[in-house]
Design a protein around this ligand. Structure first.
Ligand code: HEC
Length: 305
């Protein structure tokens, strides 16, 4: 069974189906008041006509059902090959191409796996996927500097005091493209992230207060005794985690091209157990009707809870 937590930095969404819904209604994102509003925006959208043709009139007119199909379509999109090209230089290197990394990056990888202990949480071996995801998707409190209001992280969701201030270890894929860092963006550059891991506890004044000092992980970080050279080799390594398909995007491209050889969604289906295909809470009474709709985005097997 699943451990604690799920998606988002604080693990508040149980699965992708729940995750894709939140941004529409979150006050910091689209801030829509309710599903009726969401459904009416779908009906007015540029692709509304195509949804109507695919889903049929009954679904099209029903707010809950139309919303449900939009969420499901988003989940399918996220499972697509676009999001898992695995064409970073680290992938070539781990596949045996030793020329894929520079000398500094190779030294960085050694620090990552040994003295830096990074790979204890950011796995460089495959775990839940055929390629390394650079995370164990566990939760930890690293003692990240406070910003604005306290953020309880996983603890806000599990209501367990031991989880206060813990956040999900993110994948480090494409991390060089996504500053600032940590759940609250408190650290601006990768150089500073490495300095933070190396000396957080020796430099209390530099990093300042953290929201929940009582749950901070003091064992795996904060006094790593890395040299300046090792710190800069770690920074160098982060570039090797960037997908080439992202780097080759040109202004105006909406999405990166999927590299040749990346398996399709159907081929990879095994990696996404069907438990994510849950029914919308509004659904039970209506489900059989949807199953009968011709040409729907769903088939009956995906309506299993
Ligand atoms: C004990 C587990 C653990 C270890 C060891 C660890 N990390 Fe992390 N890492 C995390 C967690 C958890 C976060 C997210 C923390 C947060 O947002 O508050 C994180 C965040 C990061 C981030 C920021 C990612 C982003 O997008 O914001 C980088 C970069 C990073 N780690 C690199 C490393 C490196 C390099 C090392 C080794 C020096 C390392 N980590 C060691 C668990 C760990």
């Amino acid at each position: 069974m699943l451990g604690k937590g799920g998606l988002f930095h604080d693990g508040r969404a149980r699965d992708q189906f729940e995750q894709v819904q939140r941004p529409f209604f979150d006050k910091n994102e689209m801030n829509l008041p309710d599903e009726a509003t969401f459904a009416s925006l779908l009906r007015e959208s540029a692709y509304g006509k195509r949804m109507r043709e695919a889903l049929g009139e009954a679904v099209w007119k029903n707010d809950a059902q139309l919303s449900y199909h939009a969420y499901r379509a988003l989940v399918e999109f996220l499972k697509g090959p676009l999001f898992r090209p695995f064409d970073a230089r680290i992938d070539d290197y781990l596949d045996g191409d030793v020329s894929a990394l520079s000398e500094a990056e190779k030294r960085g990888l050694t620090v990552f796996k040994e003295a830096g202990k990074c790979a204890d949480c950011h796995f460089v071996v495959p775990n839940s996927w055929a390629k390394p995801l650079l995370s164990d998707y566990g939760y930890d409190n690293l003692g990240v500097p406070s910003r604005r209001a306290k953020d309880p992280g996983l603890g806000g969701h599990t209501k367990d005091a031991d989880d206060l201030g813990k956040f999900r270890a993110p994948s480090l894929r494409n991390v060089a493209l996504t500053s600032p860092y940590m759940h609250n963006g408190a650290i601006a550059t990768l150089q500073e992230v490495m300095e933070f891991y190396n000396k957080r506890y020796l430099e209390q004044e530099r990093w300042g207060a953290t929201d929940y000092p009582q749950t901070v992980n003091h064992e795996d970080m904060g006094d790593l005794k890395l040299t300046e050279q090792q710190v800069s080799d770690l920074v160098a390594l982060m570039d090797a985690f960037t997908d080439r398909s992202l780097l080759s995007m040109r202004p105006g491209d909406r999405f990166p091209a999927v590299p040749v050889g990346v398996p399709t969604t159907t081929e990879k289906r095994l990696h996404f157990p069907d438990w994510t295909h849950r029914l919308h809470p509004a659904f039970p009474g209506d489900a059989p009707k949807v199953e009968r709709v011709e040409g729907t985005l769903l088939n009956s097997s995906s309506l299993r809870p």
